[in-house]
Design a protein around this ligand. Structure first.
Ligand SMILES: Cc1cc2nc3c(=O)[nH]c(=O)nc-3n(C[C@H](O)[C@H](O)[C@H](O)COP(=O)(O)OP(=O)(O)OC[C@H]3O[C@@H](n4cnc5c(N)ncnc54)[C@H](O)[C@@H]3O)c2cc1C
Length: 323
């Protein structure tokens, strides 16, 4: 089976990010996945990579990846593409991942597909990427006609499914060129975050929409999220109104989430919002309009005023916790 390179996203301390497991799952549909690991921590991450079917792990344990953003990773991948002739290269569709994908495509003279929500093998075995267009109203299936397909897959678009693999570590010596060192990271500032889980990694997401009425009204969404140990999300109507920061927007132009439980409160369910949450395992919608489109994709629905429903829900959660 053809080798497929997967660029690992990790914390540097060996913690493999969920999106890497999703990429490995997608890569297995195309061939045999080999991970490309930049920087330290591969030994600690090896077991997780094995759980999701990695055959090999090419480890370039160099401090340059932390010091110089994006360009060294693209150089390393370009070298591996030349050495290994893989069937495709998959990267996470994050801001950084997409930049690496673009640079790699230029370096290797290949086609690049971004914002893929799925990848399959076509009738001739070549990778076919699924991409939502026009706000998710149309799904296109795209293939790359030149070079080695470089595909950036959206986090949370593919469900990570385990399948054991050996994940054999193979050291790769690497030194970035002077050109790749033109931009240097001078400082790392960790964004202040409360105790809530990360929106794209959370098991439960509670999202609020325009139905919350105001910045003050939106606070009840945070209250429910905290009662459930969930992350907070918001519709674009909310973030555009300045009731909640844009970083928490769920949807086509925001984050894609796929939690075990997604609670949509006062959200109509516009196609652009659905594009970012419809793969959630269970969807609960709370809306006062029984005709709201969100109910079409909800597993459970409550028709009612959120300012009546949510306090009752919070009371019940309190009672359960007190037991
Ligand atoms: C190119 C493009 C990209 C976009 N990207 C995104 C995106 O990434 N994410 C996104 O969310 N949107 C996006 N949008 C906007 C999207 O089309 C919708 O306008 C938006 O999702 C609507 O947000 P909403 O559901 O909060 O508001 P509305 O559509 O106004 O819905 C509010 C809902 O709240 C209900 N409600 C009102 N009061 C209460 C109450 N007291 N109790 C219970 N229910 C109540 C109403 O019945 C209604 O269903 C995009 C649009 C475009 C054109």
């Amino acid at each position: 089976m053809a080798e497929v390179l997967v660029l690992a996203e990790h914390t540097g301390a060996g913690e493999v990010k969920k999106v890497t497991c999703e990429l490995l799952t997608a890569a297995r549909r195309l061939g045999t996945p080999s991970v490309v690991w930049t920087g330290p921590g591969a030994g600690a991450g090896q077991a997780r990579l094995a759980e999701f079917g990695a055959e090999k792990v090419y480890v370039a344990d160099s401090g340059e990846f932390a010091q110089f953003p994006v360009a060294p990773a693209a150089e390393l991948l370009a070298r591996l593409v030349a050495d290994k002739s893989p069937a495709a290269v998959l990267v996470a569709g994050t801001t950084e991942g997409k930049e690496i994908a673009g640079r790699l495509a230029v370096k290797t003279g290949s086609g690049v597909l971004t914002d893929a929500t799925g990848v399959t093998a076509g009738p001739d075995g070549a990778p076919v990427a699924e991409q939502p267009n026009f706000g998710g109203a149309i799904t296109v299936h795209s293939v790359v006609r030149a070079g080695t397909p470089v595909i950036a897959v959206r986090p949370n678009a593919v469900s990570a499914e385990p399948a054991p693999g050996p994940a054999v570590l193979e050291p790769v010596s690497f030194a970035a060129s002077d050109a790749a060192k033109a931009a240097k990271v001078t400082e790392h500032v960790t964004a202040a975050r409360g105790s809530r889980p990360d929106l794209t990694e959370a098991q439960i997401v509670v999202s609020g929409g325009r139905g919350t009425g105001s910045e003050d009204g939106f606070k009840i969404i945070e209250k429910l999220a905290d009662a459930l140990g969930a992350a907070v999300g918001a519709s674009r109507a909310v973030t555009d109104a300045g009731w909640y920061p844009h970083a928490f927007q769920v949807g086509q132009t925001g984050k894609t989430v796929s939690p075990q439980l997604y609670i949509a409160v006062g959200i109509s369910g516009a196609i652009q919002h659905r594009a970012g949450m419809q793969t959630s395992k269970t969807i609960l919608a709370i809306n006062k309009d029984p005709e709201a489109p969100i109910f079409e994709i909800a597993d459970y629905g409550i028709v009612g005023d959120l300012f009546t429903v949510l306090p009752q829900l919070l009371d019940e959660i309190d009672k359960k916790k007190a037991l």
